[in-house]
Design a protein around this ligand. Sequence first.
Ligand code: ADP
Length: 608
Amino acid sequence: MKISEHIQIFRRSIHYLFSLSRAHMVSLILSNILQNMLPYIPIYFSARLLDALYEGQSADRLLLLVLITVGSVFLLSLANAWLSAIQSQASQEMNRNQNWEQSEKAMQMAYASVEDPDVTLLRSRIAVESQTGYNLWRLIYCTKQLISSFTSVLMSLCLSVSFFLLDTVPLSGKLTLAGGFLLTVVCSVLTGKKVEKLTNKFLASCVRMNEYDNNYSYIGHYGNGKDIRIYNTADSLLAFDRQNVHNFNQNRMRLNIKTAAIKTVSLIYSHLLRFVIYLILIQTALSGGITVGSIARYVSCVMLLISASTEFFADIQKIFANNPYMKRYFSYLDIPNPMYQGSLTVEKRDDNEYYVEFRDVSFRYPNTESYALRHVNLKFQVGEKLAVVGKNGSGKTTFIKLMCRLYDPTEGEILLNGVDIRKYDYDEYMSIFSIVFQDFQLFAFRLGENVAASPAYDPARAVQCLKQAGFGERLAEMPGGADSFLYKNFDGSGIEISGGEGQKIALARALYKDSPFLILDEPTAALDPVSEYEIYSSFNQIAGDKTAIYISHRLASCRFCDKILVFDNGRIVQRGSHDSLVAETGGLYESLWQAQAQYYTGETCATA
Ligand code: ADP
């Protein structure tokens, strides 16, 4: 990475930290400046005091110097204590804001990015790097160190620069001191670079061990799994994990030993220089070039100048070492969301006359060669009940994903009331859909909150939707009713629900949203046959006057729909009512129908 890029990333990082918490950053900067000014006050005034004593000045003068020393240290310490309190309080705010920002990014990212393997890799890389210590908190720590070392450099420079202006000090002494100082700094920069290189190598090996982390969490996740026990997989999984941990520790040990060896050389060098400084200063004092008090002051300040400038450059290197992480972190935050480009508002219609039309739509998932949808042409009639059927992988879910703008078509366009859906404001467009996905998600909040998808909900309406979705009986058994918590994460008396019950709650949530379009993707997959029959036989009533789309591979459950679309290999190969499609002998629908019918008893087929 070039220096200019490092500087650019650092600037953005600081800007970003300020945007997360201005209070934290301001208090951090001020408190570190004050904290690092503190040691120089006693150094300066002690030298003055020693000189005053040596010169035999009055007791009042001596007392005044003591008062100034103690008073200024007291005031600075007091201000620092309060600033530290503010900083500690604000660090919570910063932490929270950063977590929010990351969660918000993950939730608002275009769905195409969520499923993009490159984004997944980037996310896991950021996570691994955070675990190995390269992250935003390291940046804050390094920035704090940088402010400290910079303040110390400035203070020690101010207090030692007069040494170089003294006529009484021989030029050779000044040059030796300045040269030694420069050499020490160069030496420390080179040492730091070497350590950074080693650390990066180690970090790269950690990232390569990404599988280790995945494997580790995989094992943790399945720690109480049934299959692990039945098939006795624990030993082999743990052996793999142990090997990875062993490799990790070996790598880390090698890094630590090499780093310590490099630092030893650097320490020997800088302490030799210290020895030379002592000699020069004592020699100058012996020849009467500086006062007794000044010896203490210059010794302390020059020593501090050396260590502070060494630290200053080391801190810059640490920030640079952290920059690749920050670069990745920002590239994650910068992932664009093309879904949010549209700005048209969706016309609010009391008559729910929303026409959605697919016009020659084809679609290929990112980074794939084959088309998941091919030349789909379709116009929904308002209030129509439409079933989408087909074998697994025929494109049914993809069709819905496109309709809900989780992806944009590769070719063709989708129109809402004659306008390309990309032109609409994304949230506005989404407001016309209620969808129950196969992999729906419920939260460990109150049942009513889950149904309303919001902390504020209308209890009567929530209950009505739950009943409509077939959850009435179970609800009646719950003492807390719609106020009961789902799961036990936040409430010990929370209720555990089965997959089928979850599906009913998800359906109730879709009904509560009351959007003009109701889409159910395999809504009965986890239901028992009785519940399944209840749902699809009352589907028309549940959907009311909404335009409803019902995806299922169980043809029996689609009979109640006005129209059935048959997908095969990404194309709509047949469309029509159940009866007309069954009558198309040799058609895909008829063959699927026959194949499925033989698995039902005569009675089930009759009810279906
Ligand atoms: P269905 O819902 O009919 O089972 P899908 O719409 O899920 O079928 O899938 C249609 C095709 O698209 C399949 O070949 C599937 O493998 C592919 N596909 C689905 N999701 C993705 C994805 N995220 N990335 C790449 N290909 C996908």
